[in-house]
Design a protein around this ligand. Structure first.
Ligand SMILES: Cc1ncc(C[n+]2csc(CCOP(=O)(O)OP(=O)(O)O)c2C)c(N)n1
Ligand SMILES: [Mg+2]
Length: 276
């Protein structure tokens, strides 16, 4: 049997190494448009993607602007993402989506249109029509949009197989949650009769809360930490907890070799795409 923690780490490691290169490409101005790094938040999509893979489920996936890690965890092509960030027509959104609107038809990943939270009613409508397992990712601030509430309500009423995932990094650009609201989205979901939890981004914590997923609507508010700035290559706070470093330490040498392999792989792929 595959080691769950290691498989999740493999996915997270690809995402981390990918965005660390993007960070450098932003610094040296190879990329000049708004770019949203997933660094620090990788374990949310990596864990959920591993869980659905282990259960042989191929869900429809609706992502938000901070979606590099989601796209890569669910199997989107790395080369096409590189090309997208280079603005090439061979990019995953024909070079017209940029960082915020990436997609992958083959893996049922639908890109974001840029309006915060719009992916939620779109995902609910799609799931209502298809009855297919569906996952929609949103930020803690996007979760505040009114159309998100009514969508959760409709999902509850129609009992559709959707998983709402709130990537709760506590921030809307730079505004903390406590300034913006005095309620929790998992409590709102429970009010609609949706099974909901407020948990950490530890892979085990996520796994143990996904038992009945796709049998009914569910919502996970997953607390995480954004390591870099809202957009571009900047650092708000040097001393934040890093789930990736902590998992790498816990897993040990095997994780370090996976990390080094991914680092090389991503570096080589970027080099190759830049030379074409
Ligand atoms: C309806 C709407 N309002 C404002 C914006 C500008 N905006 C873009 S991202 C963002 C913050 C998003 O925060 P969150 O949903 O928590 O995601 P995060 O960036 O933290 O991952 C804002 C205010 C927007 N794109 N759409
Ligand atoms: Mg946020």
């Amino acid at each position: 049997m595959k080691d769950f923690r290691l498989e999740v780490f493999k996915k997270a490691s690809l995402c981390r190494n990918f965005d660390e290169v993007v960070f450098k490409k932003l610094q040296d101005k190879t990329i000049t448009f708004p770019t949203y790094l997933s660094v620090g938040q990788e374990f949310i999509p990596a864990t959920i993607a591993q869980i659905v893979e282990d259960r042989n489920i191929e869900p429809d996936i609706f992502i938000q602007h901070r979606g590099h890690a989601t796209y890569l965890s669910f199997g989107g092509s790395i080369v096409e993402l590189i090309d997208e960030l280079l603005g090439k027509p061979t990019g995953c959104a024909n070079g017209m989506g940029g960082s915020a609107s990436i997609q992958c038809k083959e893996k049922n990943i639908y890109g974001h249109d840029g309006l915060m939270g719009s992916q939620v009613p779109i995902a609910v409508g799609s799931c209502y029509a298809s009855k297919k397992p569906t996952i929609v990712f949103m930020g803690d601030s996007s979760a505040e949009e009114d159309y998100v509430f009514s969508s959760i309500g409709w999902a509850a009423t129609k009992n559709i197989p959707i998983l709402f995932v709130v990537e709760d990094n506590n921030l809307s650009i730079l505004t903390e949650k406590k300034v913006r609201r005095n309620w929790d989205i998992d409590e709102v979901a429970k009010g609609f009769g949706v099974e909901a939890y407020n948990i950490s981004d530890d892979p085990e914590d996520i796994r143990k809360h996904l038992d009945g997923v796709f049998e009914k609507p569910m919502l996970l508010n997953i607390n995480t930490i954004r390591k870099y700035c809202h957009a571009g290559a900047g650092i708000d706070d040097e001393n934040v907890f890093d789930r990736y470093e902590s998992q790498m330490k816990q897993i040990g040498n095997q994780a370090k070799s996976i990390h080094n392999e991914n680092k090389q792989l991503v570096k080589d792929l970027w080099q190759k795409q830049l030379e074409i």
